[in-house]
Design a protein around this ligand. Sequence first.
Ligand SMILES: [Zn+2]
Length: 258
Amino acid sequence: MPESLKSAGYSPEQITDILVTHVHPDHTGGLTVGGKKVFPNAIVHMDRRELAYWTDKSAEENAPEPTRSFFKTVEPAVGPYIASGSVKTFDGETLLFPGLRSIPGYGHTPGQSYYVLESGGEKIIFWGDIIHVPDIQFYNPNITIKFDVDSSAAAARRKRDFADAAKHRTLVAMPHMYFPRALDEEDGIDDPTGRKAPRPPAQALRRGTWDCGPRRRGLVRPAGGADRTAPECPCRRTRTWRCTTARARHRRLPAASR
Ligand SMILES: [Zn+2]
């Protein structure tokens, strides 16, 4: 991250405020290197619920995996900022700076926040972890991932936020999305090579199964459609799916065997 900043003309010392969506290691891991702050002059902002949860020993003891393991990453990443009084919390929707406010995104983690930036009549919302596997969760927002602290709240929020963004045509940015990627309402997701990928068959998504092509790894259009590969098969990306036959029929695993 310091190298990327440098190429944009900034040094880590110039960063004064960091807005954290949530405290998972892939979202806070860059705050420190070797136990030292990367951004010595920055205030780290987060919802008070987020800081409270990830610094609560009893929450750690009661958490199932993989959440329990994530607690061990909190001190190395955020500890130096907490120790120096450089973590500032807010409570739900809060105007943090002119034109920049937080809104609750609770569910994936107890205090996950989104950030809304508004200027000159334009608006973008920086979502947190609203999605992890865009290949399937855009089409079936009920499918959740084990990283969710509260998976049913996360699914409900995903559905509500997707619907709201679609209704108001809101510009959004989010992690775990292909980059740079766009969702085309008619044709499905652009695949990582830039080709148009077909929309996975909705029925199959509802059933939790669909077929790969005999030779290619990837989804194919339903019978009669053009043989174009879609984004990767879900079994290669998440542990909740598995190829169950040589012809690569994918089946969502029952919760007990995941
Ligand atoms: Zn996360």
